[in-house]
Design a protein around this ligand. Sequence first.
Ligand code: GDP
Ligand code: MG
Length: 438
Amino acid sequence: LGGRITRAIQQMNNVTIIDEKALNDCLNEITRALLQSDVSFPLVKEMQTNIKKIVNLDDLAAGHNKRLIIEQAIFNELCRMLDPGKPAFAPKKAKPSVVMFVGLQGAGKTTTCTKYAYYHQKKGYKTALVCADTFRAGAFDQLKQNATKAKIPFYGSYTESDPVKIAAEGVDRFKKEKCDLIIVDTSGRHKQEASLFEEMRQVAEATEPDLVIFVMDSSIGQAAFDQAQAFKQTVSVGAVIITKMDGHAKGGGALSAVAATKSPVIFIGTGEHMDEFELFDVKPFVSRLLGKGDWSGLVNKLQEVVPKDLQHELVENLSQGNFTLRTMYDQCSLQIPLNQLYSMLPGISAELMPKGHGDESRAKMKRYMTMMDSMTDKELDSSNTKVFNESRIMRIARGSGRLVREVMELLEEYKRIAKQMKGIKIPKNGDMSKVIPP
Ligand code: GDP
Ligand code: MG
């Protein structure tokens, strides 16, 4: 998506006169890209109309950087669409709050409930979990397991089949125990069914939640709007959590969920583990949606995966805009999952090293290193792959016992990464919080 949007904007930059047609072509291309990223059609249309209103071509004097103005307008417009204008209810300590989770089966409710409880527990809240899912076998065991791991009190039953009764009992008990934050996990269905919505209505009536959180799987695509709306019409959804953002989905559905529920996204789930949970932040999210890369995420990841004593060197190399094959060699030798790092850069995520293939990417890095071992110092330090003529490529392939095709693949990959790395400016003092994206 990001690549396409950037290209669309760049194409417009290439034409000498930015007229109505050039702008329309650009917006149409962006529209297609956003649709592929699961942003719903009416929302994309709305964005298009608004941008046309903002970017008044006649008013823009010659010399204005129209490309930048349009890019900024798209960014701002997407940010605006993600902001419903009112914050979500925030639980307070010393007064019991009830938070109810709703969503379809498999959306990630039970997992997210625990993450949400754990997050608040770390902040000093006295939290508790109630399992009101009597629909799915094993639901209580799952919640119990999660809660035990996080040392959070829980309530549920193996025998009671009435979710409304359990929910009411659980909330009642934890209110008596003076909990600050009582979280009610509910059941889902595979589809949006009347029986599910009736159950949600009754559980909400019995527990009187201060906040209902709609949990949505980021990979559901264009179904996002309908699904969010169906829940909103049943219970008063006040916040959204988007799960599985660690997968391939770009998260465009978030815009639909906000539009349908008129509620903000408050967290995103980025993995199956308890701490793979992040506060939602509009700007990095939109940057990522537009393929500008999530810079704050990249910086955190760098600090997390690169050993401390090596950080400086890596930063040094990057800060000089000096991404040579030797830099790539050094990174490979760290044996850090580079995919984690590069997946945050625009344009190279998926192709480079697919997520969840740790062994595969380690093998790939080993292979690269073998080939780079057969390169001369001059070749390693060159940042121009043009020096690799046919005979050099043959020599490297022979020397490393790999195929010519594999050497060429390595060079292609190097070129791709180097291009992405070029624009990044990292301060010399290595202060990663001051990284300037391209
Ligand atoms: P529920 O049916 O809505 O309660 O969904 P669950 O909490 O049982 O989650 C369904 C599946 O999604 C489980 O295998 C979870 O581990 C997984 N899951 C939940 N959230 C995330 C997430 O943020 N990332 C990933 N990768 N998996 C998740
Ligand atoms: Mg569940």
